[in-house]
Design a protein around this ligand. Structure first.
Ligand code: KG4
Ligand code: ZN
Length: 364
C-alpha cells in the first residue's frame, strides 16, 4: 500500500468525530482529527438522549468532515456502523454512504469496539508516527459507558467474546452512581477525581461475581448498594451540588466520618477489583502476550495503575497496552486505525449494503 488516506467517521453515541489518517504499509500518521463533544447538551438531562444526540450529530458532521479533509479526496471512507444508538449511528452511516457513492471510494464498516481496541496503537502522540505493533494473542478489556467486555483476540479482526456484563456497563455504573451523588454527566471522571484523595477501604462495597468461575460481570447491584449506603449513612451531598440533590435520599447531617472522597475511592476500588480479577482470570486461562485496556473507563488512573501492577505480579511477559488518554474516549482516529486491516484484506462494503447495526457484537 502506498500512502493512502482514510477518512473515518464516528457518531455512535455522544461524540461526533472525523479523522483523516495517512497509511503506508504498516505505519500511519494522523493528518487531521476533530471531535465535537455533546456533553454540554446531555448533562442537562443527566444522560444521553438518542434523538437529541442524532440532531447534534447531523448539525456537526459535515463541518467536521470538511475541516479534516481540507479539500483532499480520501482513498477510503471508514465509519462506525455499530454497536451504539441507532439514531446516532445512522447519521454517520448515511453520511459515509453518500460520500462513498459521490466520490466513488471504497467503504469500510468498522465496529466501535474494534475501534477502542485499536486505540491502543495511538500511543506515540508526540511523534505522530504509529505502527500496527500489537503482539498476539491478546486479551482485550473494553470498558465504556455502553460496554464491559472481555475479548480474546487472535489477530486483527479475529475475536472471541469471552466475558460480558449481565446488566450495566462499568461506565454506566460510574455515571449512575455519580448522578445519585448529584454530579454532572458523565460522572466517571468526577468520581475518579474525588477518589484520588479518599480511603478505598472506608466502605466494603460488594464485588459482584468476583468469585464466580467465569469471565462475566454484573454492575447493577453495586450501583444499588451505593444508593442504599448513602441512604443509610446520611452522607450529605450538599457539599457537592445542592441543586441536584434528590430529595429523600440523603439526610442533612453527616453522622459518619466517611467523606465523599472515601465513598468514591471505595466505590472505584470495588469496580476496579472486579475488572482486574476477571482480566487476570482470563490471562491465566488464555495465556496472552498482550493485555489491551480500551474504552472511556480506561482513562481511570486507578484502573490503569492497578492493572499494570497486578499483571507484573503474575510474573509473565504480558505487556499492557492502554491508549493515550486523549484517545480513550470516543474518537474517529481509532476508527481509521481499525479500518487498516480491513483495507489490507480488501474487506469493503458496497454503499448499497451499508446499514447501521446497533447490536453488532464482535466475537460472538
Ligand atoms: O468510550 P466512551 O467515550 O463512550 C462509550 O462508548 O460509552 O466512554 C464513556 C464512559 C462514561 O461512562 C464515562 O463516565 C467513563 O467512560 N469514564 C470514566 C473515566 N473517564 C471516562 N470512568 C471512570 N473513571 C474515569 N476517569
Ligand atoms: Zn466508546
Amino acid at each position: 500500500m502506498i500512502y493512502k488516506k482514510i477518512l473515518a467517521i464516528e457518531s455512535s453515541c455522544d461524540d461526533t468525530a472525523a479523522s483523516l489518517i495517512e497509511v503506508h504499509d504498516n505505519t500511519f500518521k494522523i493528518l487531521a482529527e476533530k471531535t465535537a463533544s455533546q456533553i454540554d447538551i446531555h448533562k442537562i438531562y443527566g444522560g444521553v438522549i438518542p434523538e437529541v444526540a442524532a440532531r447534534a450529530h447531523a448539525e456537526k458532521i459535515i463541518p467536521l468532515i470538511e475541516e479534516v479533509l481540507a479539500n483532499e479526496k480520501p482513498d477510503y471512507i471508514a465509519v462506525t456502523s455499530g454497536p451504539g444508538l441507532l439514531t446516532a449511528l445512522l447519521v454517520g452511516v448515511e453520511t459515509a454512504r453518500s460520500m462513498s457513492y459521490l466520490l466513488d471510494v471504497p467503504l469500510i464498516r468498522v465496529n466501535h469496539l474494534e475501534g477502542h481496541i485499536c486505540s491502543v496503537l495511538l500511543d506515540q502522540k508526540e511523534k505522530n508516527e504509529y505502527t500496527m505493533n500489537l503482539e498476539f494473542p491478546a486479551i482485550c478489556l473494553i470498558v465504556s459507558g455502553g460496554h464491559t467486555e472481555l475479548l480474546f483476540m487472535k489477530n486483527y479482526g479475529e475475536y472471541e467474546r469471552i466475558g460480558k456484563t449481565a446488566d450495566d456497563a462499568a461506565g454506566e455504573c460510574f455515571d449512575k452512581t455519580a448522578k445519585i451523588l448529584g454530579l454532572e454527566y458523565p460522572g466517571g471522571p468526577k468520581i475518579s477525581k474525588f477518589a484520588k484523595t479518599g480511603n478505598p477501604n472506608a466502605i466494603n462495597f460488594p464485588r459482584p461475581m468476583i468469585k464466580e468461575n467465569n469471565l462475566n460481570f454484573s454492575f447493577s447491584g453495586l450501583k444499588t448498594a451505593a444508593l442504599y449506603w448513602l441512604r443509610d449513612h446520611n452522607l450529605s451531598a450538599m457539599q457537592i451540588n445542592p441543586m441536584t440533590m434528590p430529595a429523600g435520599i440523603f439526610g442533612q447531617s453527616q453522622s459518619d466520618d466517611v467523606t465523599i472522597e472515601d465513598f468514591c475511592a471505595s466505590f472505584e476500588q470495588a469496580i476496579t477489583d472486579v475488572l482486574i480479577a476477571k482480566t487476570l482470570r482470563a490471562c491465566k486461562e488464555y495465556k496472552p502476550k498482550t493485555v489491551i485496556l480500551g474504552g472511556g473507563v480506561s482513562a481511570n488512573p486507578a484502573l490503569r495503575s492497578r492493572l499494570h501492577d497486578e499483571l507484573q505480579k503474575l510474573n509473565t511477559d504480558i505487556s499492557l497496552r492502554v491508549p493515550d488518554i486523549s484517545y480513550g474516549m470516543d474518537n474517529a482516529s481509532m476508527i481509521a486505525v481499525a479500518a487498516i486491516h480491513h483495507i489490507q484484506k480488501q474487506d469493503f462494503t458496497p454503499w448499497q449494503n451499508l446499514a447501521a447495526d446497533p447490536n453488532w457484537h464482535i466475537g460472538e
